[in-house]
Design a protein around this ligand. Structure first.
Ligand SMILES: Nc1ncnc2c1ncn2[C@@H]1O[C@H](COP(=O)(O)OP(=O)(O)O)[C@@H](O)[C@H]1O
Ligand SMILES: [Mg+2]
Length: 302
C-alpha cells in the first residue's frame, strides 16, 4: 500500500491494481461522490473514453469513496520532472484531443448563457471571500472593477454557449496520467450546476489559467515555463477540435480562465497580496480580451 497525494486533501492509497480515494469532510465527500458518479456514468455510456477506469461495487460512491484502476505512469513522471520528448508531446496532444473528441461527439445543443451566469455567480462569491482574505484596498478595487466588467461581458452574445457536453472540469497536468501506451484523465469534477454536462470552454479556461496560478503560487521560472509549454499543447489540441463546431469557444475560455483565477485566490495557495494583485491583473486582461481579440489573445498569452 502506498499513500498518494493530491491537491484536494482527499486520502488516497494505491494497492497493486487499484487506487482508493476517500473524500474528507462534508464537501470532500460530496466531491468524491460526484467524481465516482461521473466516472461510472462515462464508463457505462462511453466505453472508449480517455477517463480512468472505475472499479467499485455499487453504492460505494455514495459514501464519498472512489476506486480506480492503478495506472503506472512513467511518462507522467517525466512530464513532472520537465522531461520532454516528441513521444510525450504526442501523448499530451492525444490526451487533450480525445477529451475534446468525446465532447464534440456527445455535444447537446443549448444556446443560452447559463454557464456564463454560473461563472459570474462564482466570481461574485469568491471575490467577496478573496477581499476578506487579503484585506488590501488596491486588490479590492481591482476585483470590483473585474466583477463589473464581468457583468457586462456575461450578457454579450459571445457568451452564449451553443453546446454543453462531457467535460473534465479540472484538466491540469497533475490530473493526466500517461504511460507509453495509454492515457488516463483522473479526478474529474463531475457536476456543474447540477448537471453532468457543461460548456467545453470551461475546460479550456482551466488549461489557460494554470500558468498564472502556478506563477502566483511562487513556482520557479522553469516550473512556470513547463506549465506554459504543456498548457499550450493541451489548449491547442483541445481548441482545434471544438473550434470546428463552435467558433467562440476560445473567447468563452478566456472568460472562464478569468473567473477561475479569482476563484483560486481563495484556496490558500496564494499568500501575498502582490501575487494576488498580479493574478487579478491577468484575470482582468483575460476578461477584456473576450470580446476584443477573442481566442487569439488567449493563445498569445499562453
Ligand atoms: N488511478 C490512478 N493511478 C495512478 N495514480 C493515481 C490514480 N489516481 C490518483 N493517482 C495519483 O494520486 C494523485 C492524486 O489523485 P487525485 O484524484 O488527482 O486527487 P486530488 O483530488 O486530491 O487532486 C494523482 O495526481 C496521481 O499521482
Ligand atoms: Mg487531482
Amino acid at each position: 500500500m502506498l499513500r498518494l497525494k493530491g491537491g484536494s486533501g482527499a486520502f488516497l492509497i494505491a494497492g497493486p491494481t487499484t487506487v482508493v480515494k476517500i473524500g474528507r469532510g462534508q464537501s470532500g465527500r460530496r466531491k468524491v461522490r460526484h467524481e465516482a458518479d461521473f466516472l461510472r456514468w462515462v464508463q457505462d455510456n462511453h466505453p472508449h473514453s480517455p477517463f480512468v477506469e472505475v472499479r467499485q461495487p455499487f453504492g460505494l460512491g455514495r459514501l464519498g469513496v472512489v476506486a480506480t484502476r492503478l495506472v503506472h505512469a512513467p511518462s507522467a513522471r517525466s512530464l513532472a520532472s520537465g522531461g520532454e520528448s516528441r513521444l510525450l508531446s504526442a501523448h499530451v496532444t492525444t490526451a487533450a484531443r480525445s477529451l475534446a473528441e468525446l465532447g464534440v461527439a456527445q455535444r447537446q445543443l443549448c444556446g443560452d448563457n447559463r454557464p456564463a451566469l454560473w461563472g459570474q455567480d462564482l466570481l461574485i462569491r469568491r471575490s467577496r471571500l478573496a477581499e476578506r482574505i487579503f484585506d488590501d484596498s488596491f486588490l479590492r478595487r481591482s476585483i470590483r472593477s473585474l466583477v463589473d466588467r464581468c457583468s457586462t461581458t456575461t450578457k454579450k452574445d459571445l457568451m452564449v454557449s451553443p453546446f454543453r457536453s462531457v467535460i473534465h472540469g479540472d484538466p491540469h497536468l497533475g490530473n493526466l496520467l500517461l504511460t507509453d501506451n495509454e492515457i488516463a484523465w483522473i479526478d474529474p469534477r463531475g457536476y456543474f450546476d447540477g448537471q453532468r454536462i457543461f460548456d467545453p470552454a470551461y475546460d479550456l479556461g482551466k488549461i489557460a489559467h494554470e500558468a498564472a496560478l502556478v506563477r502566483a503560487m511562487g513556482a520557479s521560472s522553469s516550473e512556470v515555463r513547463r506549465v506554459e509549454r504543456w498548457g499550450r499543447v493541451l489548449f491547442g489540441s483541445y481548441e482545434r477540435c471544438w473550434a470546428a463546431v463552435d467558433s467562440t469557444v476560445a473567447n468563452r475560455a478566456a472568460y472562464f480562465a478569468a473567473v477561475n483565477l479569482v476563484s483560486a485566490l481563495t484556496f490558500g495557495h496564494v499568500q501575498s497580496a502582490p501575487a494576488a494583485r498580479e493574478m487579478v491583473d491577468v484575470a482582468r486582461n483575460l476578461m477584456e480580451t473576450v470580446d476584443v481579440h477573442g481566442g487569439a489573445a488567449v493563445g498569445t498569452w499562453l
